[in-house]
Design a protein around this ligand. Structure first.
Ligand code: UDX
Length: 504
């Protein structure tokens, strides 16, 4: 995400955008639809802008990064997101979607202004860095001369919305005519279009009926299709987002903590997750064990929530989130250990093939990617690491030039002493263990995301390792399998389950 703030008056708006007000005004008069702006053109903002344009709205995307604005205006996405580029191009072609760096043009254009800028982790602390949000607000508010709705979608820690709600009418020339609402976004990278157009629910945090009516108009189409519309006060809407992310992170770390216990009891975490997930009170979604969570949201959002709760005097209530974070970090160490085991007990001088560096499949995002961190740690421990990822290679190369970047699964596997699957891209699950067996130096595979069929790989002579699953010969292993390494005993099960003690 780029750093917003009031840009120079060099709008790149094209047909139907700020540069074509006459046609726009006529179209709006006929449709009665509000005109929309979207500040911040990262995953969230670009998906939101393109999806709303596809629903028939005139949308102006705004960013201070002129290169990004030019690329978007030319129909090029600056990141990988399935299905979004065609929607972007269709929006540009229709004349309903355009991009600009100009805040004055955006303030003049919009009836509803969505703020979708990034709120990354503050360096050196768990708190959120709200400087992009502040710059956007401070740039926009003084330009708002007529009644409008400013809608926050960025993920912010509790207490942020109330403060900005008070500042807006005091700063905007429109006074109380400029109102703040909160409408959190729950989209997952890799599913941004679907999650935007067909979300599980739309949460509208509003101070007035007018704001609720406006948001209903924006989301008329998904609402007509049956998407629930939940109206709350803005402070609750703000909490819904961070609480949802904290819950999802807790669910993933819960099953990964169980994986740690499985490893010392010989139980199988995949069968466990399946049996738990079929309980309707628990549910299977978000309970895939493995290398744990990363990306631009869950890790930093649980830290920001815990940090703000502590500032507000409620730190004890969210103490368990520190343990959730610790469980998640431990998965990365565990996979490094499994790689060492698979490579024959040491990493120095070994060749390790890594499949996947993105934080999850369907994305080129490497922010806090567990896969990339594991690859870099193995390299730092003395191995030669050759990686392949279908989408995230360019981004990874910039941050970790010391890794060897190859052009295919086979390239990463060539002469490897151990092969690791760290991101569950479908092409890795489809890889042929027979072909790969002839490419590697040793048939040793670590399936950190449970993406492979263990029995099939073993049938091709592979020494198969996966976190939370019994190794052949361990107490819980199926009879008849070849004897292999016993599960590691170093991690006491009490450590894995300690957050439960903190939680009760
Ligand atoms: C998340 C939330 O899902 C979304 O609602 C919010 O708006 C932003 O944060 P995202 O980061 O795109 O979205 O990805 P998500 O699919 O939730 O996965 C997050 C991480 O958890 C990934 O690293 C993924 O590999 C991991 N994960 C997810 C698991 O390890 N197990 C699971 O069962 C699910």
């Amino acid at each position: 995400m780029t750093q917003p703030g009031p840009g120079p008056e060099t709008g790149v708006a094209g047909d139907g955008g700020a540069g074509d007000r006459g046609a726009g005004d006529r179209a709006r008069a006929m449709s009665g639809r509000p005109r929309l702006t979207v500040f911040g053109t990262g995953y969230l903002g670009t998906a939101h802008a393109a999806c709303l344009a596809s629903l028939g709205f005139e949308v102006l995307g705004v960013d201070v990064d002129a290169a990004r604005v030019s690329a978007l205006q030319a129909g090029t996405l600056p990141f990988y997101e399935p299905g979004l580029e065609p929607l972007l191009r269709a929006g540009l072609r229709s004349g309903r979607l355009s991009f600009t760096t100009s805040y004055p043009a955006a303030a003049e254009f919009g009836d509803v202004h969505f703020i979708c800028v990034g709120t990354p982790q503050r360096p050196g602390s768990g708190g959120a860095d709200l400087s992009q949000f502040e710059a956007c607000f401070a740039g926009l508010a003084p330009l708002l001369r007529r009644p409008c709705l400013v809608v926050g979608k960025s993920t912010v820690p509790p207490g942020t919305v109330v403060a900005y709600s008070q500042r807006l009418p005091a700063t905007a020339p429109a006074g109380p005519g400029a109102e703040l609402a909160w409408n959190p976004e729950f989209l997952r990278e890799g599913h941004a279009v679907d999650d935007t157009l067909r979300p599980d629910r739309i949460v509208a945090g509003v101070w007035s009926d007018r704001a609720g009516v406006t948001l209903r108009a924006v989301y008329a189409e998904p609402l007509a299709a049956g998407v629930p519309f939940l109206v709350t006060d803005p402070a609750t809407a703000e909490m819904v987002k961070v609480a949802a992310n904290a819950f999802l992170a807790t669910k993933i770390s819960f099953i990964n903590a169980m994986a740690e216990v499985c490893e010392v009891t010989g139980a199988d975490v995949l069968s466990l997750a399946d049996a738990l997930g079929r309980d309707r009170r628990i549910g299977a979604d978000g309970m895939r064990p493995g290398l744990g969570f990363g990306g631009g949201c869950l890790p930093k959002d649980i830290r920001a929530l815990a940090s703000r709760a502590a500032e507000l005097g409620a730190g004890e209530a969210l103490e368990f989130l520190h343990e959730i974070d610790a469980i998640n970090q431990r998965r990365r160490s565990r996979v490094v250990d499994l790689a060492r085991e698979a490579a024959g007990g040491r990493l120095v001088g070994r060749r390790v093939g890594v499949l996947g560096v993105a934080f999850k499949p369907g994305s080129d995002d490497i922010r806090d990617s567990p896969a990339l961190e594991v690859a870099a740690r193995i390299r730092a421990l003395g191995a030669r690491v050759a990686v392949f990822d279908p989408a995230a290679m360019d981004r990874a190369r910039k941050v970790h030039p010391e890794l060897v970047y190859t052009g295919s699964v086979l390239g990463a596997a060539r002469d490897a002493d151990a092969l690791l699957v760290l991101t569950e891209w479908p092409e890795f699950s489809a890889a042929d263990p027979g072909v790969l067996a002839k490419t590697v130096a040793r048939r040793a595979i670590v399936d950190a995301r449970h993406a492979l069929d263990a029995d099939v790989w073993r049938s091709f002579g592979w020494d198969y390792h996966a976190p939370g699953r019994p190794a052949p010969g361990s107490p819980g292993a199926l009879p008849g399998r070849a004897a292999g390494v016993r599960p590691r005993q170093a991690e006491p099960p009490a450590a894995a389950a300690s957050f439960l003690a903190a939680a009760v």
